[in-house]
Ligand binder design. Structure first.
Ligand SMILES: [Zn+2]
Length: 186
């Protein structure tokens, strides 16, 4: 399988809103397979279609402890509640990491590869974070717009400056499961 490379910020395809999928035909499954392969090769948790240069409203998310890859066609955030601070990385902002503000709970609606409509709620977990991250991509936004402060982004190799080190980030954050292990790259 030919796998397109992952686009890097500031390539324009990353900062433009993608187009809604209107035709649920045979072209979608191979594209999804390519996205899954690109995500796995880069050790990512999620990937939006525009990250491989395809401006369609489509993303995949693979949560490490889950058996199946989740596929979201035309996903939209219906509601977002609460706030939490999380470390985050992005396959399209290679080599960097930041501290972002995300919602505690998100509700989304989306379609599957057959066009059937679904709703999903995720709370205080990696899925909730990944959904906000990927839907952001599909709307032309990067995690850099969600930094807790303008300077809350650093080179992965340098690690967070003391101000944004884990002890500070954990204050008032009860979602300990997200603070274990390396930050997610999506
Ligand atoms: Zn990303």
């Amino acid at each position: 399988m030919d796998i397109r490379p992952i686009c890097q910020f500031p390539e324009p395809v990353l900062t433009r809103k993608t187009l809604k999928v209107t035709s649920f035909d045979a072209s979608l499954p191979p594209l999804v397979e390519e996205m899954i392969e690109a995500m796995r090769r880069a050790n990512g948790v999620g990937l939006a279609a525009n990250q491989i240069g395809v401006p369609l409203m489509l993303c995949v998310i693979e949560i490490p402890e889950e058996e199946d890859v989740r596929v979201f066609v035309n996903p939209e955030l219906v509601s977002q509640d609460g706030e939490r601070q999380l470390y985050e990385g992005c396959l399209s902002v290679s080599g960097y990491q930041g501290l972002v503000s995300r919602s505690q709970r998100v509700k989304v609606r989306y379609q599957d590869l057959q066009g059937r409509k679904h709703r999903l709620t995720a709370k205080d977990n990696l899925l909730a974070q990944a959904l906000e991250h990927e839907i952001g991509h599909l709307n032309g936004h990067l995690y850099l717009e969600h930094l807790v402060e303008k300077d809350a982004v650093w080179k992965l190799s340098d690690g967070p400056p003391p101000k944004y080190a884990r002890e500070n980030a954990d204050e008032g954050d009860e979602t300990s499961e997200d603070d274990e292990g390396p930050p997610s790259e999506q």
